[in-house]
Design a protein around this ligand. Structure first.
Ligand code: HEC
Ligand code: HEC
Ligand code: HEC
Ligand code: HEC
Ligand code: HEC
Ligand code: HEC
Ligand code: HEC
Ligand code: HEC
Ligand code: HEC
Ligand code: HEC
Ligand code: HEC
Ligand code: HEC
Ligand code: HEC
Length: 341
């Protein structure tokens, strides 16, 4: 009887306790895990061992570890708190940076340490002259915290510079307003040092800092791109091999790149006559004169300078059974027109 009475008292006590709870009906944690027998209040900077917030969907990292429960859980119904930064913090950027604050911020402080990456990811790395500027030279807003879209095109910020050019006058020269066609994003100024010349790469034999070697008459326009337009005299004076005698076409790129000294040259048209860039002789010769022993005359060629020296007796052995064998280059070529067996 006594124990039944006790049980009833205890139960009603519990019910009262539940009714008193401000935390909503779904709280799964025991009251005692958070509250002591002395007070409902929970100290700031408390010993958090009593309830581990890191088990929730929102670990209390950085400055949040020192914040009062109530500052985040105003209603005290815990799941009502939203984990989105923007639900508790004012958007200083007036939506110009988007609502995903965590893209740039952590709960340590509001300083942003990935400015470099941010610009890189936006396709506008802050390099060259731009790296030394202060933010507000590009991001013009009262507070300095609004990042309205500017756009990456150089034109958006440098149109006046374009219009003011005199050396050369860009408008007269009909230059494109897509500055990156010629100027690089990492330049410290607009000088030729930072000219992007990718449309006609200034590499290898063309790595020439003196622009006027190609741009004659003080103009950058109407420069020919055809090799022979600038290299006719090189063609005329080429002796090894003699281009005129060999009747080479003046389309230099058939055989040449801009490799310094015009070497190596790929004269693949040779292979139908006798394979030297393919087949058995590929890589086995050094100079045209290895075969064309009479410089300048490509009608003449020798096979036996090599093959004799290589292994004359073996060569003779190979032809023991061959009728009409002669140790003579034209004969070799007649029977081995592809340099093969
Ligand atoms: C996860 C921890 C946690 C648990 C579990 C918990 N509470 Fe609380 N409770 C709090 C916090 C935090 C406060 C606000 C404390 C403060 O303001 O300092 C609070 C406040 C209260 C208050 C005072 C409300 C007010 O307006 O001041 C009561 C009453 C209370 N809790 C009852 C309960 C009861 C009953 C249970 C068990 C059913 C319970 N609590 C379980 C964390 C908890
Ligand atoms: C900086 C803000 C912040 C502080 C400070 C904070 N919380 Fe939370 N709390 C949250 C957020 C946000 C959630 C996640 C809500 C969700 O999405 O489930 C959460 C979740 C919880 C949950 C789990 C709710 C559920 O059922 O999912 C409990 C319990 C809780 N907090 C208790 C506390 C207590 C007790 C304190 C003080 C010791 C505290 N919180 C301090 C922001 C905070
Ligand atoms: C549930 C509410 C809540 C959420 C969600 C929340 N915070 Fe907080 N945060 C607070 C409160 C409350 C404080 C302490 C009061 C204050 O300083 O604003 C605080 C403090 C801070 C502080 C340091 C205080 C300062 O202003 O110097 C930073 C930084 C911060 N929060 C960043 C974030 C970031 C980043 C997120 C998202 C990842 C976030 N917070 C999500 C409520 C929240
Ligand atoms: C794209 C990056 C980016 C995003 C996203 C972003 N911020 Fe910022 N925020 C910044 C930068 C940059 C600063 C200036 C901080 C600095 O100079 O280190 C800043 C500064 C702040 C400051 C401090 C302001 C002051 O007076 O010093 C607060 C508060 C802030 N942001 C809140 C937010 C909130 C809230 C969100 C989400 C709605 C958010 N930010 C989203 C980049 C961002
Ligand atoms: C030379 C001009 C320039 C300077 C200097 C500059 N920015 Fe930017 N910033 C840009 C451009 C261009 C973008 C690309 C987005 C756009 O078109 O507005 C950008 C984008 C941003 C964004 C938005 C990123 C995003 O993902 O939403 C933030 C934040 C930002 N800058 C902050 C800064 C801060 C802080 C500084 C100073 C440390 C700074 N910027 C210096 C030109 C500049
Ligand atoms: C968001 C605005 C913005 C964009 C976009 C921008 N710039 Fe700038 N740039 C500036 C500002 C501001 C300066 C410093 C003031 C000045 O010298 O004009 C500057 C300076 C320069 C300078 C140094 C000028 C000098 O003589 O000191 C060069 C070169 C330059 N920018 C090239 C470019 C190129 C190339 C692009 C496109 C890839 C570009 N900029 C895109 C804002 C921009
Ligand atoms: C077709 C190539 C080309 C394009 C496109 C181009 N530039 Fe130039 N720019 C040049 C050359 C070449 C120079 C001269 C460099 C030198 O003399 O060292 C130059 C020089 C300049 C100068 C310094 C010369 C002066 O008279 O002030 C500025 C400023 C300039 N450019 C701005 C721009 C801007 C802004 C754009 C895009 C809106 C642009 N340029 C587009 C080729 C170009
Ligand atoms: C090896 C020869 C050569 C050198 C050296 C050279 N260029 Fe060029 N450049 C050309 C050729 C060829 C063209 C024409 C490309 C085309 O039309 O596709 C050209 C085109 C240009 C154009 C574009 C003119 C237009 O109307 O669009 C500019 C600007 C230019 N060069 C600037 C320079 C500058 C500045 C230098 C010195 C740093 C330089 N070039 C050095 C061969 C050269
Ligand atoms: C606008 C004029 C111009 C055009 C077009 C031009 N070049 Fe050149 N090239 C030069 C100048 C100037 C030099 C440096 C002086 C020299 O060695 O003749 C040079 C140097 C070279 C060299 C290095 C020569 C050496 O002795 O090391 C090679 C190889 C070369 N050019 C190949 C070519 C080829 C292949 C083409 C066609 C794709 C071409 N060039 C188009 C002007 C031009
Ligand atoms: C059919 C192929 C072919 C064509 C087309 C061709 N060349 Fe050559 N050129 C060669 C070969 C092969 C060499 C020798 C390369 C070596 O020694 O490795 C050579 C070498 C040269 C040499 C160096 C000659 C020496 O005496 O040292 C010059 C200069 C030269 N070529 C200029 C030109 C010019 C200019 C053109 C276009 C107007 C041109 N070539 C077109 C195949 C060609
Ligand atoms: C391994 C031997 C060999 C080498 C190396 C070789 N050639 Fe030949 N070349 C031949 C043979 C064989 C013929 C075919 C002769 C014929 O049809 O009269 C030939 C034909 C030619 C012809 C055509 C002659 C004509 O008008 O009938 C030219 C031009 C020529 N070679 C140039 C070159 C040049 C330039 C080189 C160096 C890049 C070279 N050859 C390297 C073996 C060689
Ligand atoms: C620069 C030296 C050299 C010259 C010149 C030369 N050869 Fe050869 N030849 C070789 C070498 C080295 C081999 C062996 C290649 C191998 O085994 O892969 C070879 C292999 C051969 C073979 C045997 C290929 C096989 O199937 O095993 C024949 C046939 C041949 N050459 C014919 C000729 C003829 C014909 C000429 C003249 C037009 C000639 N060679 C000029 C170096 C030369
Ligand atoms: C009348 C045709 C004829 C003449 C001329 C001739 N060869 Fe041959 N050559 C052959 C035949 C057929 C074979 C294959 C012999 C065998 O496998 O028994 C052969 C074999 C070879 C081989 C060996 C291939 C291997 O398997 O190792 C080489 C190298 C060779 N000849 C090079 C030459 C050279 C260099 C000359 C000029 C001095 C020459 N030949 C002249 C017909 C000829």
């Amino acid at each position: 009887m006594r124990s039944l009475l006790f049980a009833i008292l205890f139960l009603s006590g519990m019910i009262r306790l539940q009714a008193q709870s401000p935390h909503g009906p779904d709280l799964k944690v025991n009251c005692g895990d958070c509250h002591s027998a002395f007070s409902w209040e929970i100290e700031v900077g408390r010993d958090t061992a009593f309830f581990d917030h890191n088990q929730t969907a929102f670990p209390l990292a950085g400055q949040h570890a020192w914040v009062d429960c109530r500052d985040c859980h105003q209603s005290l119904v815990f799941p009502e708190a939203s984990p989105e930064c923007i639900s508790c913090h004012t958007d200083m950027h007036r939506t110009t940076a988007g609502s995903d604050c965590a893209r740039c911020h952590t709960s340590e402080n509001w300083l942003v340490d990935n400015i470099t990456e941010l610009h890189y990811d936006n396709g506008f790395p802050l390099m060259g002259a731009h790296a030394a500027l202060s933010c507000d030279e590009c991001h013009l807003s009262e507070s300095g915290l609004e990042f309205y879209r500017i756009g990456n095109d150089c034109m958006n910020c440098h149109l006046d510079d374009f219009n003011a050019t005199t050396e050369p006058n860009h408008r007269d020269a009909n230059f494109s307003t897509d500055c990156t066609q010629c100027h690089t994003i990492d330049g410290f100024d607009w000088s030729s040092q930072f000219i992007n010349h990718d449309f006609f790469p200034l590499s290898k034999g063309h790595e020439i800092s003196d622009c006027t070697q190609c741009h004659t008459g003080g103009s950058f326009s109407n420069t020919p791109t055809d090799c022979v337009a600038c290299h006719q005299s090189d063609y005329d004076s080429a002796l090894n091999p003699n281009h005129q005698e060999a009747n080479f076409p003046v389309s230099c790129t058939d055989c040449h790149t801009t490799d310094v000294g015009w070497m190596p040259a790929a004269y693949t048209q040779h292979d139908p006559l006798f394979p030297i860039f393919s087949g058995k002789h590929r890589g086995e010769w050094n100079d045209c004169v290895d075969c064309h022993i009479s410089p300048g005359n490509f009608m003449v060629f020798s096979c036996i300078d090599c093959h004799e020296h290589n292994n004359p007796s073996a060569l003779a052995n190979k032809h023991d059974e061959v009728a009409n064998y002669r140790f003579e280059s034209n004969a070799c070529y007649d029977c081995h027109p592809r340099g093969e067996e």
